[in-house]
Design a protein around this ligand. Sequence first.
Ligand code: ATP
Length: 533
Amino acid sequence: MVVSEETNPPVEGEAPSKKAAKKAAKAAEKQQKKAEHKGANPAQNDTAEPDISEGLYGAYKLINSDGGHRDRVYVDVKDLNEKVVGQTVWVRARLQTSRAKGKQCFAVLRQNSSTVQLLISVNDERKVSKQMVKFTGNITKESIVDIQATVVKTATPIESCTVQNVELSGLQVWVVSSARAQLPLLIEDAARPEISDDPEALKIRVNQDTRLDNRVLDLRTPANQAIFRIEAGVCRLFRDILTKRGFVEIHTPKIISAASEGGANVFTVSYFKSSAYLAQSPQLYKQMAIAADFDKVFTVGAVFRAEDSNTHRHLTEFVGLDLEMSFKHHYHEVLDTIGQTFTDMFRGLQEQFASEIATVGQQYKVEPFKFLDPPLRLEFPQAVQILKEAGVTIGDEDDLSTPDEKLLGRLVKAKYDTDFYILDKYPLAVRPFYTMPDPNNPKASNSYDMFMRGEEILSGAQRIHDPEFLTARAKHHGIDIEKIAAYIESFRLGCPPHAGGGIGLERVVMLYLGLDNIRKTSMFPRDPKRVTP
Ligand code: ATP
């Protein structure tokens, strides 16, 4: 439920009356226009008293890069601390809340995940008038403001802000861009912790659809600001770690003529007079890059799946972190590289994103992510054995069901104290046609999945690089050879043995943080029921 003691937020399931919203928006617009027209000082008309703050507050005229204030230096909210006490600074931030009472207005300014208290207090010496206080109290929440202020040490820490030991004492207040009066959700509500001992506190929730429908606002919460910085970190670490290991970043086409794995789960798009598909994996192209002598390649890009899967971990469009690597004699050369890439990435996240991870932890239950170096590697029959010992009925060549995978994750964690592990040697029957069979066991294959907190985040294998064998395996799987002719042909030109894998970015971030839904780690998620905003 969206409820708050603050001004008229909509209650969940009860959209703000359109009429009221329109009226309020119009009033705000009128007020702003008036301000701009009258030398940007709305208080001017409210009172006959002379205003000692004239020219020190109001709404900026539209910033259209005409050159004004180019020399002004702004300080970041996160950098406000005791070292700058006494200094006069400029800050550009959002006005998260404001409350004017008598001669004072208390406000909270927010910049990304950082917040600071602002006090505007009537003071003749500082040229702060009561009109300026009133003006500040009337600025709509979420408006962007420029504040000139003195940094003041606080008597007691301000618990409700991230900057606790100092506050700002305002000298100038300018509205840069105002937000409409009626907001579809309040940031304070969207940012409320979802872990609390108080059941009443847990009732104050903004539901997922309201969040996603109003994603621009929702993304402003400290947890979301942190989540998408961590996600950027995963991409950067993936790129940096692989680049250092000699991988080349490539870009593969997203519009393709034939479905990679025989036609299921692909989106068809019209393509001039005919049709094409959206790529459901860059895999065939990564392999062709290997055949073209790039040796070690990776790609980061959109992957499309036309699956009507309405689960916590499936999207119809996600970001694939894919890699492919040639090897000399054994695909474990590649498996070790991928495993080490994950270990390095987890360590990088721990070291470089500790504060973002802590910020997410203030809203959601985040258990620290545990991993081993080198990572744990189990073989499929071992996993089956562990599950059987726990009472699960499972055949030696059955694929693991999602509940089995989750249970296995818990059992592995209990036994080995790791949230990440590699499962090698999947049954051949449950893997795609291009998977290399195990030379020692015709029912097994040189393929692997990797798991975080019991959920799959990577699938990979040694691929068949012999064209005749590949053709035979494709036929065995009932695949139309004509449709994959170009793919098979690339192996007729000589291709090194190679293996690789595909990772889902949003899943990695979701599971690293221990979040419960992939929509929390996709900035604008696409699923079977959502293609907007
Ligand atoms: P699942 O069994 O979970 O549906 P999959 O076996 O279809 O996944 P692959 O095709 O092997 O997955 O894709 C490799 C990786 O891409 C997965 O391990 C996962 O991280 C990610 N992934 C696959 N499908 C999706 C999806 N629909 N939404 C988000 N990520 C996905």
